[in-house]
Design a protein around this ligand. Structure first.
Ligand SMILES: [Zn+2]
Length: 572
């Protein structure tokens, strides 16, 4: 039997060990190369980091997520005046099945604060970390949802609590997670945005690949700076670290035939931050490399970004300021870009040769990469886009207050809105939706519209007291135009916020309207001629008597004016 005094000693030792553990800055990866930190382990780590470096680290919580937990915001900065400091926001676990950034960012923060020589890099910049964005997905921990990925042993799931992919949620903002993050981003207004991922696709020797936000969409000056200076430095410094990095390998099976730049439209995190002129960087570690190797490569890139931001801090801020001035005075903005395949850069690429052999599963051929044959060659990198759809930028948009979900999103994005103080008839440009396509299967909780065509016309439109006037000449100009121009690929219209207008509310009985139609045609010779002409030239229409009657109805005073009338007015 133990003496009471020894039990007491053991208890003290055990408690001491527990509290040491509780304050430890170790992470699971330190002792197990295939283990990624859980949400709670990560938050505890940052709390310990704050305890150890209270003058550098602050932690706040903000908003909500679809699982009822707020987002954590970890800020690493030197005390004192923060004005004019470059802000880099590092977002992790937007796809919790791709957790490399979660662990890499913890090591990055730990090393940064422990290294006296590195601390000076915080003289002119602040690092803000979202440890987990998709907390709900991170709680859905499993070992199988990333079928092709080489570790870690456990990771979260891509879908959040509503089974949404949060990296498609930045315009529609269906999740509480995105509503929170968007408000955080707008408050911070980061100049550099890093969203950590793990790749899918081809096999090649590189551990780290990088996707930059589409240069053209960022604006001519800023896009040029990102492409030709900033990103070039990232690639060069990764090479110096003996961890060569290539642009994200988006290709058919054979990268040697060329790789393609990615068009991150505003639904994606980096496409969204690009509307506010942030340099969007998407590190994509290669899924087939061992977990620890990927994390260390992600860490290398974060260190390179920190150093590059320090070197370019003035140029980043000056170019962004210049781009903002240009954005604020531009007459027109691009709503849609298309790849210009006639142009490409030449990229030195080391890869494995793709080959085909008989499958052991099915009767067809299967792809494999022959790692015994490494080839180095210059390959075309198709990364040029040209504007394929533009619009004139109105001075103001006028939004009926009925569309409160749109208003809520504009407000969360820091858009300045004014309200009409009385009912007013305003001469505005309105749009009639002529035609559109809709996806056949639900896409991220919506039946997304695309190929949207409109006819624009000037009319005196009645708006009510309390309706919203949105001046476009503000910081959010590109966000406002992309969201409110119905033809834009990620407009609120495309995302179903205005679907009420796409259905008639009244109709007619054929047998009654037949008699009215006779009178209408008798008094409108132009309409009669148009009807006759359509019957002559359109064989389907010629056989469809109901369609002919409907043609008369739709071109008569009985047709509903609100049908397919996009309700947002433009003051040009
Ligand atoms: Zn991803």
């Amino acid at each position: 039997m133990m003496k009471p005094i020894s039990i007491f000693c053991i208890l003290i030792l055990a408690l001491g060990y527990q509290s040491l553990l509780a304050q430890s800055l170790s992470i699971p990866l330190d002792s197990d190369p295939n283990r990624s930190a859980t949400y709670h382990e990560s938050i505890r780590f940052y709390q310990n980091l704050r305890k150890k470096y209270p003058s550098y680290v602050t932690i706040e919580t903000f908003g909500n997520t679809d699982i009822g937990i707020p987002l954590h915001i970890v800020t690493i900065s030197k005390r004192g005046n923060q004005k004019g400091k470059l802000v880099t926001l590092i977002n992790n676990a937007i796809h919790p099945g791709e957790p490399d950034g979660v662990d890499a960012t913890m090591i990055f923060a730990r090393e940064l604060l422990a290294d006296k020589t590195k601390i000076s890099l915080l003289d002119h910049q602040t690092i803000v970390i979202i440890p987990f964005f998709n907390i709900d997905g991170a709680f859905n921990r499993n070992s199988f949802s990333r079928a092709n990925q080489n570790g870690p042993k456990e990771y979260g799931f891509r879908g959040n609590a509503k089974n949404l992919d949060l990296n498609r949620d930045f315009i529609k903002m269906d999740s509480e997670n995105t509503k929170s993050l968007v408000q955080i981003i707008r408050r911070l207004d980061p100049q550099v945005f890093v969203d950590n991922h793990v790749s899918d696709g081809a096999d090649y020797p590189y551990t780290m690949t990088l996707l930059c936000t589409m240069y053209e969409n960022l604006g001519a000056d800023l896009g040029d700076f990102l492409k030709n200076q900033y990103a070039q430095d990232l690639f060069k410094h990764m090479n110096d670290l003996n961890d060569p990095m290539v642009p994200y390998v988006m290709s058919n099976d054979n990268p040697f035939t060329g790789i393609y730049g990615f068009y991150d439209t505003p639904r994606y995190s980096s496409g969204y931050t690009s509307l506010f002129r942030a340099l969007g960087l998407i590190p994509e570690t290669h899924m087939l490399k061992p977990f620890k190797q990927r994390v260390l490569s992600n860490l290398n890139l974060l260190n390179v970004i920190l150093q590059t931001n320090h070197s370019y801090r003035d140029q980043i801020q000056n170019t962004q300021k210049m781009q903002l001035e240009k954005d604020l005075t531009t007459d027109s903005l691009t709503l849609w870009w298309k790849m210009d395949k006639s142009k490409s850069d030449s990229l030195l690429f080391k890869g494995y040769l793709p080959k085909y052999k008989q499958s052991d599963v099915h009767l067809g051929q299967r792809l494999y990469y022959d790692k015994s044959e490494t080839k180095t060659a210059n390959i075309p990198f198709f990364d040029f886009y040209e504007s394929s759809l533009k619009c004139k930028v109105p001075r103001f948009y006028v939004i009926p207050q009925a569309y409160s979900e749109v208003i809520q999103r504009l407000k969360m994005n820091g858009v300045t809105l004014n309200r009409l103080t009385k009912d007013t008839l305003i001469n505005v440009q309105m749009s009639k939706i002529n035609s559109y396509q809709t996806v056949k299967e639900p896409y991220e909780g919506h039946y997304l519209h695309y190929d949207i065509n409109t006819t624009d016309f000037i009319t005196a439109q009645k708006f009510y007291k309390g309706d919203y006037i949105v001046p476009t000449r503000q910081k959010a100009i590109k966000y406002i135009v992309q969201g409110l121009e119905p033809r834009s690929g990620d407009s609120f219209f495309a995302w179903n916020f205005f679907d009420g207008i796409l259905m008639r509310k009244e109709y007619y009985s054929d047998y009654v309207f037949e008699d009215s139609a006779v009178e209408i045609l008798k008094n409108n010779s132009t309409l009669k001629a148009n009807l006759d002409n359509k019957i002559k030239t359109d064989t389907t229409f010629a056989k469809d008597f109901g369609a002919q009657l409907r043609f008369v109805y739709e071109n008569s005073k009985y047709s509903e004016t609100t049908y397919k009338l996009y309700p947002v007015g433009r003051i040009m």
